[in-house]
Design a protein around this ligand. Structure first.
Ligand code: OXD
Length: 312
C-alpha cells in the first residue's frame, strides 16, 4: 500500500537524487516532479524550495509541506497555503556543518588578511602584514539557531574570541552569549568580524540597519549567510565604499540574483557567492523527511514544524 504522493519543486536541487534518496526510505511513496502533476488534488506531501505563488492552489489533500532548506521565509505569509497544513524545516547536522565550513572559511579569510594578499599578488607586490593570533579577534555571530550555534562553536574551537547574540537566551560552550534587543548595539560595536545568521521575520527585517552598521569598529569585516533583507544593503554598500566597513563576504542579497549593475559586483573588498553557503543534503536529510511522512500518514504530528506566526 502506498503512503501517498509527494510533489517536488526546486530550481536548484536535483530531482533524481532526492527521489532516489527518499525511495530508499519509503519505497511505496509516489514521487512526482511539479512538471508532472496531473490532478493537484492527488498530492499529499510537498518537498519544495521557493515554489511560485499559486503553487499550492487546488492541493486540497495536502497534509505536509517540507521546506528544502533551513529558512522558511518563502513559505510563510503567502496566499495559496491550505489552512492548517504543517510546514517543516530540515534540521540536519550535515547542513549545519556545511554552513559552519563556509563561515569558517569567510572568517579566516578576513582574519588572515587574505583579500589584501590577493590584491597584492594581482599587482605583483610583496605586501607584509603581521598576522594576529585568533583570540585577539572578536567575531560576533548574530543568530544562534541550529546553524548559527554550530558556526559559533566551530569559530571558538579555532581560538577566536566569539560573542554570540540571539533574541532569546542561548548557551554555547566557549562562546559568550548575549541576548535581547537592548544588547544588540553594544554587541555589534565589539565586532571586528560580524557574521549574520538570523532568520528573517517581520521583527528581524533590516535589523542590521544603517545606524547599527555604523556602530561596527572602523575596518570591520561583514559576512552575511542568512538573508539579504536582514541588512540595509544600500547603507552596507556606502559604508564599504567609504572604508568604514573594511570588507565583506556576501552570500545573500536583498534581490537575488544580485542585479548586473549593482555596485557591489565591482568592489575589490567584497566577495560575492550566489546563495550556496549551505544546502539541503539528500543523503543525510531524506531519513528525517521520510520519518515525517510516515508520521503524518499514520495520523501523528510531524516533527520540526515551524510556527508560521513566528516565521521560523
Ligand atoms: C536555507 C538557505 O534557508 O539555503 O536553507 O538559504
Amino acid at each position: 500500500m502506498t503512503v501517498g504522493t509527494l510533489v517536488f519543486y526546486s530550481d536548484f536541487d536535483d530531482f533524481g537524487v532526492w527521489k532516489e534518496a527518499l525511495l530508499a526510505h519509503l519505497p511505496s511513496l509516489k514521487i512526482l516532479h511539479s512538471h508532472d502533476i496531473g490532478d493537484p488534488a492527488e498530492i499529499d506531501y510537498a518537498l519544495v524550495w521557493k515554489p511560485p505563488e499559486g503553487f499550492f492552489d487546488r492541493m486540497t489533500k495536502l497534509r505536509l509541506i517540507v521546506n528544502l532548506g533551513a529558512g522558511v521565509d518563502s513559505l510563510v505569509g503567502r496566499g495559496d497555503l491550505p489552512p492548517g497544513v504543517p510546514i517543516t524545516r530540515i534540521t540536519d547536522p550535515q547542513m549545519a556543518r556545511m554552513m559552519a565550513g563556509y563561515v569558517l572559511f569567510a572568517v579566516l579569510r578576513h582574519a588572515r588578511d587574505i583579500p589584501l594578499f590577493e590584491q597584492a599578488q594581482r599587482s605583483g607586490q610583496w605586501v607584509y602584514r603581521h598576522p594576529r593570533s585568533p583570540e585577539e579577534t572578536c567575531v560576533v555571530v548574530l543568530g544562534l539557531g541550529q546553524l548559527g550555534a554550530k558556526a559559533a562553536y566551530e569559530l571558538q574551537r579555532q581560538g577566536f574570541n566569539v560573542v554570540g547574540w540571539s533574541r532569546s537566551p542561548r548557551q554555547i560552550e566557549g562562546v559568550e552569549c548575549l541576548s535581547g534587543m537592548e544588547t544588540l548595539d553594544d554587541v555589534i560595536g565589539r565586532a571586528e568580524i560580524l557574521v549574520v545568521m538570523l532568520p528573517i521575520t517581520p521583527e528581524t527585517h533590516r535589523i542590521v540597519h544603517r545606524e547599527r552598521l555604523q556602530k561596527l569598529p572602523r575596518g570591520a569585516a561583514f559576512i552575511n549567510v542568512a538573508r539579504g533583507a536582514l541588512v540595509d544593503q544600500t547603507a552596507l554598500t556606502e559604508l564599504l565604499q567609504s572604508g568604514h566597513i573594511g570588507a565583506a563576504t556576501l552570500d545573500v542579497f536583498e534581490k537575488e540574483p544580485l542585479p548586473a549593475g549593482d555596485p557591489l559586483w565591482a568592489m575589490p573588498n567584497v566577495l560575492i557567492t550566489p546563495h550556496l553557503a549551505s544546502v539541503a543534503i539528500p543523503s543525510s536529510s531524506a531519513a528525517q523527511i521520510a520519518k515525517n511522512i510516515r508520521r503524518v500518514s499514520a495520523g501523528e504530528a510531524a516533527e520540526n514544524v515551524i510556527d508560521p506566526a513566528r516565521g521560523y
